[in-house]
Ligand binder design. Structure first.
Ligand code: VAH
Length: 316
């Protein structure tokens, strides 16, 4: 049976992925790793939790050895807008910590999942139907750390045989954790404001089309790519995966179908607009579909219905 460590387990993906992995592999086989934010009751009470700062290689090594870890889902990272406001810290957390995880994985023969992002592309990347293999010259520090992470994970696989795999995630929408400083987080905040206030002021301008995905599909993809037969993988770090591509007015229209009195206006945040403008409009994820059977379940209408149904109880 797998013994898994999830770093960044109290973050947007980590908090839901940890619970999904515990359901699939057994609670005691999935160690939740967090740096300082306290885990939810559900996360703390459903299995082992360890304080682990991934910028400290000894801390990573201690948890891997003590729990006999053989698979690491390394999710600890700063998101794009936070990273742009503190680029030096972003390199420390998003790259130096990844090197620590890869070094410990090399020494203890662990497989490693590391998320990349559409942020790994830049303004010179073909913006529509962005290929799996193409130009990657990101202009945000977040993107620089994501491309560096992809290259490091490929290097550790080619040079040392570490089983590294990853996904280039689009914006991810979920209702379990609050938005955490991402450029795509408008697509999460819109639901909180629509339900509480019946209105939302969007920080990206009309027409800003970006790839997006609902959390259940993000989790399905992270588990499926790590369970895939390695003989079928031509790529590893990292697969383009997407479920939908929309602009702010598109999601606002779907929310209005569910909350008729909802209205949205715009107050553009130059920093996040600049980041979003450097990212693709839509990715080609055919490599993931061909090499390990990627197939999302949620489109925009189905995601909106689920968010409007599931979020209100959390807001009371
Ligand atoms: C962010 N949600 O906005 C993250 C993600 C593609 C965007 O990487 O920074």
């Amino acid at each position: 049976m797998k013994k898994i460590l999830v770093t960044g387990s109290v973050g947007q993906i980590g908090s839901e992925l940890t619970l999904a992995l515990r359901e699939r592999y057994g609670n005691d086989n999935v160690v939740a790793g967090g740096r300082k934010t306290q885990p939810s009751e559900e996360l703390r009470n459903s299995g082992p939790f360890e304080i682990v700062d991934c910028t400290d290689i000894e801390a990573v090594n201690r948890v891997v050895v003590n729990h006999r870890i053989d698979t690491i889902y390394h999710l600890a990272a700063l998101l794009s807008a936070v990273a742009e406001n503190n680029p030096q810290l972003a390199w420390q957390v998003n790259v130096n910590a990844l090197v620590n995880v890869l070094e410990v994985a090399r020494e203890h023969n662990c497989a490693v999942f590391t998320p990349s992002s559409i942020g790994a592309f830049g303004p010179t990347t073909p913006a529509d139907n962005t290929p799996q293999d193409t130009i990657q010259r990101p202009t945000s520090m977040y993107g620089v750390t994501k491309v560096s992470g992809e290259l490091l994970c490929d290097y550790y696989h080619e040079k040392f045989g570490v089983d590294t795999r990853g996904l280039r995630y689009p914006g991810i929408i979920s209702y379990v954790t609050l938005p955490g400083g991402g450029t795509t987080d408008y697509a999460v905040q819109i639901f909180y404001d629509a339900i509480k206030h019946k209105r939302y002021t969007c920080f990206l301008k009309q027409g800003t089309k970006l790839d997006m995905m609902y959390m259940p599909d993000a989790i399905k993809g992270a588990i499926a790519v790590m369970e895939a037969d390695p003989r079928g993988l031509k790529h590893r770090n990292a697969f383009n995966v997407s479920a939908m591509s929309f602009a702010p007015e598109d999601i606002a229209a779907e929310v209005t179908k569910l909350i008729p009195e909802f209205t949205m206006d715009y107050e553009v945040d130059a920093l996040r607009q600049g980041i979003a403008d450097s990212w693709p409009n839509s990715m080609d994820d055919s490599a993931a579909r061909e090499e390990w059977g990627w197939q999302p379940d949620y489109d925009l209408p189905r995601m909106c219905r689920d968010m409007v149904e599931k979020l209100p109880p959390k807001l009371t």
